[in-house]
Design a protein around this ligand. Structure first.
Ligand code: MN
Length: 707
């Protein structure tokens, strides 16, 4: 366990004037408060807040933050009260500890963290002072490092999943990439140990094969730069297994195709030297086209700056190189923690700063978004590359790659998004589903009578657009349900020979404990409330039999609901492309054949490109998609070697897929091509399975069938 003087030394190393007496008081206070409590590992409980404080010193956080780390579990887990802390340590620290305690409490009821109401509390607890979140992240990191000591597997899984879903993206959003990567990798180890093992083994194998390549390449880059009079610090490292897994996922490629298994970082003294070093590398080695990115002149939203390039470097290996200054490197690794000014909330005006992100979270919380929505959107935006587009007046709008004119419209203004009916890209009328490219000038055509369309949801990639559309759909959906519920209720009353009067409804609301008529109708419309209870609440004597015969909202058709098609309209899923929930889809209305749903890139759409009137904009209904089972079709090239097919089946089964059909399409001397039909939940599930297949050594290519 770290000693008192060691902690003090660590703080003094970056903050000479730190109040050591205060630190020591907190050390002793926390140790006494936790007394003989133990952790799951058997260690004294106090070792935990102490380690968390240690992590805070690695991040070079200010003294009140380190003190908060020492005290962070005292209110929650000991007899200590808010007032005790305030009397001894002052208002500032008491509030910080209180904030961390509130976050921890929400965590305990984690099933409910996803509710809008809990999300609101969660965000409010951390958006006041970013230091609350920093301590919470340090706390989570230590808990993840010691996760294996928790005996209950479901509990470990829950904590790991929450880390992956919430805390790692938050750390990323705060620009703290080292921390994010460690959190993700620890969670990955718990959630998908097989996948992680296969990547680690592969990394070890490649490292052994290349015989110290990382060091050789590092030395060579350093030598070349020194020769050109650029003073630099060069570091090479193996990427963490989870980063590799994610890249494989995103790009849907195999391990060998990844150029950035090894990452190299060149740190230099000035911005001018960044570009000079880039020039030297590009003239010494061949560059890989399309891989150069200048995040120095165009900062990433979280403040990240760097040059990225990929070269065919020493040893003929494709390597990714990041070039940046010392300051940029600090920010790249420590993010918010690197801005010493966070204490004063400096940076609030910059709408790209992490503080602005916390503010935005606050806004979303007030608008009633759920944490799940926000995190999903956060993840999306965080990992995507950007495209830069212009308004007709020349304003620059940065959007994630894959963004459409709808994203663009919402990025400019929510009203513009809501009312958008069309777009002109570089002067030419273009469909709303067009993916924007760098440098596009986008003019949005708007109409006052337009409202957000359900099918848009599948066309957008930004959180802002997605949440605006969802909000609208939720409201529209509810209005619809209320209307249906009311109609059903009226009919039920008629059947019971009664009339549904306003007074009767008031009575029913009171008895059934609803706050307003619409809530009652919504419950009926959704089938959560039996009609006989409603009728009975008003006319207890009439419920003998008749009224309850008709069950509320008796649907139960097997078709997965699709937005853009009224419920009840039949459709078929394309036998060519096997769309699954989450895929971008379109409908094709062929005369005499009805509606067929295809993935947007299905080859069988080709002949219909000139007949826009046959096309329907569709999207998957996102309500209750968990239960649906769809069939995806994969085309897999498999090495012709013993055990390969068995391995394929094992990998799919381990990823939770159920093979419903398997057939050989082509047989070559060294490989087989298989067509595999798999029952899956949604497109995320398919991608997961494909990534797992990519990681398997006997699989050479995996693709979705496309007609
Ligand atoms: Mn803790």
């Amino acid at each position: 366990m770290m000693r008192q003087y060691e902690l003090a030394e660590r703080v003094r190393a970056y903050d000479e004037g730190a109040d050591e007496a205060l630190l020591n008081r907190a050390y002793v206070f926390a140790m006494k408060a936790h007394g003989s409590q133990r952790r799951a590992s058997g260690d004294p409980y106090f070792s935990h807040p102490l380690e968390v404080a240690g992590i805070c010193t690695e991040l070079k956080l200010d003294l009140p933050t380190v003190v908060t780390a020492l005290l962070h579990d005292t209110i929650e887990d000991t007899d200590t009260s808010y007032d005790d802390i305030r009397k001894i340590f002052g208002e500032e620290i008491a509030q910080l500890v209180d904030g961390v305690t509130k976050l921890s409490k929400l965590e305990l009821q984690s099933e409910r963290t996803k509710d809008a109401e809990n999300f609101r509390k969660f965000v409010l607890a951390m958006s006041d002072d970013v230091r609350v979140l920093l301590v919470k992240l340090a706390d989570r990191l230590h808990n993840m490092r010691t996760l294996t000591h928790i005996p209950s597997a479901p509990k470990r899984q829950r904590i790991a999943q929450e880390t992956m879903d919430i805390y790692a993206p938050l750390a990323g959003r705060m620009g703290m990439h080292e921390l994010r990567e460690e959190l993700e990798d620890l969670a990955f180890q718990e959630l998908n140990p097989d996948a992680r093992d296969s990547i680690v083994k592969r990394q070890e194998f490649l490292a052994a094969q290349s015989g110290g390549r990382v060091q050789r390449v590092t030395d060579e880059i350093k030598r070349v730069l020194t020769g050109a009079n650029v003073e630099s610090w060069v570091r090479g490292r193996q990427k963490r297994p989870y980063s590799i897994w994610r890249k494989m996922h995103e790009k849907s490629i195999s391990f060998e195709q990844l150029s950035d298994i090894m990452g190299f970082r060149v740190v230099v003294g000035s911005v001018a030297d960044c570009y000079k070093a880039l020039g030297v590398l590009h003239t010494t080695w061949r560059t890989v086209p399309g891989r150069f990115k200048d995040y120095i002149s165009l900062k990433k939203p979280n403040g990240y700056q760097s040059l990225h390039t990929t070269i065919v470097g020493p040893d003929n290996a494709r390597i990714e190189v990041q070039i940046r200054t010392v300051d940029m490197n600090e920010i790249a690794e420590r993010g918010v923690a690197a801005h010493w000014a966070y204490k004063d909330h400096v940076g609030l005006e910059d709408k790209h700063s992490p503080y602005a992100f916390l503010q935005q979270l606050g806004e979303m919380a007030r608008e009633g978004e759920t944490l799940e929505d926000v995190i999903e959107n956060t993840k999306l935006e965080l990992f995507q590359d950007q495209v830069f587009c212009f308004t007709p007046k020349g304003a620059l709008i940065a959007l994630p790659k894959g963004a459409t004119p709808i994203d663009f419209a919402y990025a400019v203004h929510t009203d513009l998004g809501n009312q958008c009916v069309g777009a002109r890209i570089n002067g030419r009328p273009s469909p709303l589903r067009t993916r924007l490219s760098n440098g596009d000038e986008v003019e949005i055509v708007r109409s006052k009578s337009q409202t957000p369309q359900p099918a848009w949801e599948a066309m957008v990639v930004t959180g802002k657009a997605r949440s605006a559309i969802r909000r609208h759909i939720r409201n529209a959906h509810r209005a619809e349900i209320v209307k249906i519920g009311r109609r059903i209720a009226e009919k039920a009353f008629l059947e019971a020979d009664q009339e549904l009067t306003d007074k009767g409804v008031e009575e029913a609301i009171k008895r059934l404990k609803f706050s307003k008529p619409d809530d009652l109708y919504a419950a009926v419309g959704q089938g959560q409330l039996a009609l006989k209870d409603v009728v009975g609440a008003v006319f207890p004597e009439s419920v003998a039999d008749g009224a309850s015969r008709r069950k509320a909202n008796g649907k139960g058709h097997k078709l997965i609901p699709i937005r853009g098609l009224t419920a009840g309209i039949g459709y078929r899923l394309g036998e060519c492309c096997h769309p699954v929930p989450g895929d971008r889809i379109v409908g094709l209305m062929e005369p005499g054949k009805g509606i067929t749903v295809h993935t947007i890139d299905c080859d069988s759409l080709e002949p219909f490109h000139e007949q826009p009137d046959l096309w329907l904009d569709l999207g998957w209904e996102t309500f209750a998609k968990e239960t649906a089972q769809s069939t995806a079709r994969l085309v897999v090239d498999l090495a012709n070697e013993p055990g390969a097919l068995a391995a394929l089946c094992t990998v799919i089964a381990k990823a939770g897929g159920n093979i419903s059909n398997l057939k050989i399409v082509e047989r070559g001397p060294s490989f087989f091509q298989f067509q595999v039909d798999i029952e899956v939940r949604d497109v995320k599930h398919v991608t997961n399975i494909m990534t797992a297949l990519h990681a398997s050594p006997s699989v050479s290519t995996v693709e979705r069938a496309r007609g």
